[in-house]
Every structure is written in structure tokens, then in C-alpha cells.
Design a protein around this ligand. Structure first.
Ligand code: CTP
Ligand code: MG
Length: 221
């Protein structure tokens, strides 16, 4: 089965608050984008990669891919206003005959072969999608607008979901064909009736949101 990866890196990184987009924040000596790109390029399960860069940053993204010798990069396109728009633009560059599309946040640099393998497995069993998740560990409360606790929420069956997320290409295309928006691709696929399974995620897939996340991921490199 041919597996295409879409690496979404087009966010502004407002919560990180740097002068440049988050994908070009320094992680070690390189732009953050280099780490997940190198890892996906080296992943034996990935055949081709589409990079979705911040508008106006396509050239630096291509340069970054060249510098690390990421030979599987097939296209680099500008993203959109929302993550969902960025995924749509990336998906437009995926080959017609792709069977599986893996969507990964560049903001989660430490993607590994094992988690890619885990999300691909359920597709062979007929699932429309699979996402990595970690069980929620903290106690959960629902509050009113003033922070007053209304209720405690059971953590049973609750997962914090990460990327890479894998989908049968036709299921993701169907899910992206409307004008819906969701914070992850699974949300779009679920909304169009797709069956998505959660598999074991990885705490090292921490999403870089703030400066302290960047420091944490740097320390894990
Ligand atoms: N993303 C994207 N296009 C957007 C918004 C987000 O490609 N319009 C990507 C980001 O580059 C990131 C992933 O989606 O790899 C997850 O988004 P998030 O962590 O929220 O990143 P940002 O939107 O860049 O950060 P912030 O919300 O703090 O601005
Ligand atoms: Mg965002």
C-alpha cells in the first residue's frame, strides 16, 4: 500500500510568540521543521511527503528539506487560515493512487517508526482511520464560566489524542471535501461517519506549544 504523509507546518505559533512561524523556531541548531521531516523521510513505512508551509515560507521549507536530504518530499505548498485548510491544501498534492494518508503536526517533532506502524495496522483490518492516544491521567472537572466546578468527569475511556494520524485515503478525501473544520483530521473523518480507532501513543510526541515545550523537546533530542 502506498503511504503519503502530509506534514502540516503552516501555523503561526502565536502561543510560542517568536518573530518567525513555529516551524522555523530553533530546535538545537536547526529549524523545528527539520526534525519531523528527517524522521518521516527515514521512516520505512512512508513513501512520499507533502510539506505544508506557512504562506511565504515555502522556499525556506524547501531549502530545509534539501539540506537534510529529504528525498521523499514530493511537494511543498502554502497552508491556509486553519489547520483543516492546511490539510486540504496538502491533500490536493497527494497522488490519486495513494492508499493511505498519514497526517502529522510538525509541532510534534519526535515522531518515530513504531507509532507510525501502530497507526497503520488498524487500516489493514478495515478501519477508516487510526490515531495515537495517551490515557488521560489527571482528574477532570467541568466548570461554569467563573471557574466554579459543576461536575467531575470520569476519565474512563478518555484519551489525549496526538499525531501522526493515519487514514484510508478515500475516507480522508471524503471528510475534507466539505467545508467543516476540526482541531484534528480524525474529527473530520468522524463527522462524515468514518470509523476511527485509538492506538497507543507516545508521551514523546509532545506538541510544542510554548517555550517550555520547546526546551523539553530539545532536552529529549
Ligand atoms: N497548522 C497548520 N496550519 C494552520 C494552523 C496550524 O498547518 N493554519 C499546523 C501547525 O503548524 C502545527 C499543527 O497544525 O504543526 C498544530 O497546530 P498548533 O500546535 O496549534 O500550531 P500553531 O497554530 O502554529 O500554534 P498557535 O495555535 O499557538 O498559533
Ligand atoms: Mg493553532
Amino acid at each position: 500500500m502506498s503511504v503519503w504523509a502530509i506534514l502540516v507546518a503552516a501555523g503561526r505559533g502565536e502561543r510560542l510568540g517568536l518573530d518567525q512561524p513555529k516551524a522555523f523556531a530553533k530546535l538545537g541548531d536547526e529549524p523545528l521543521l527539520a526534525e519531523p521531516l528527517r524522521r518521516l523521510d527515514a521512516c520505512p513505512w512512508v513513501d512520499a511527503i507533502v510539506v505544508v508551509a506557512p504562506a511565504g515560507w515555502e522556499e525556506p521549507a524547501i531549502l530545509c528539506a534539501e539540506e537534510i536530504g529529504a528525498g521523499k518530499v514530493s511537494a511543498c505548498v502554502a497552508g491556509g487560515e486553519t489547520r483543516t485548510d492546511s490539510v486540504r491544501r496538502g491533500l490536493a498534492e497527494v497522488a490519486e493512487d495513494a492508499l493511505v494518508v498519514l497526517v502529522h503536526d510538525a509541532a510534534r517533532p519526535l515522531v518515530g517508526d513504531e507509532v507510525v506502524e501502530r497507526v497503520l495496522e488498524p487500516l489493514r483490518e478495515g478501519w477508516d482511520g487510526a490515531v495515537p492516544g495517551v490515557p488521560v491521567a489527571d482528574t477532570l472537572k467541568r466548570t461554569d464560566e467563573r471557574g466554579g466546578v459543576r461536575e467531575s468527569v470520569s476519565r474512563e475511556g478518555l484519551w489525549a489524542v496526538q499525531t501522526p494520524q493515519a487514514f484510508a485515503a478515500d475516507a480522508l478525501r471524503r471528510a475534507c471535501s466539505g467545508d467543516g473544520t476540526a482541531t484534528d483530521c480524525s474529527g473530520l473523518v468522524e463527522a462524515t461517519g468514518g470509523r476511527v480507532r485509538v492506538v497507543e501513543g507516545d508521551p514523546r510526541l509532545l506538541k510544542v506549544t510554548t517555550e517550555s515545550d520547546l526546551a523539553t523537546v530539545s532536552a529529549w533530542l
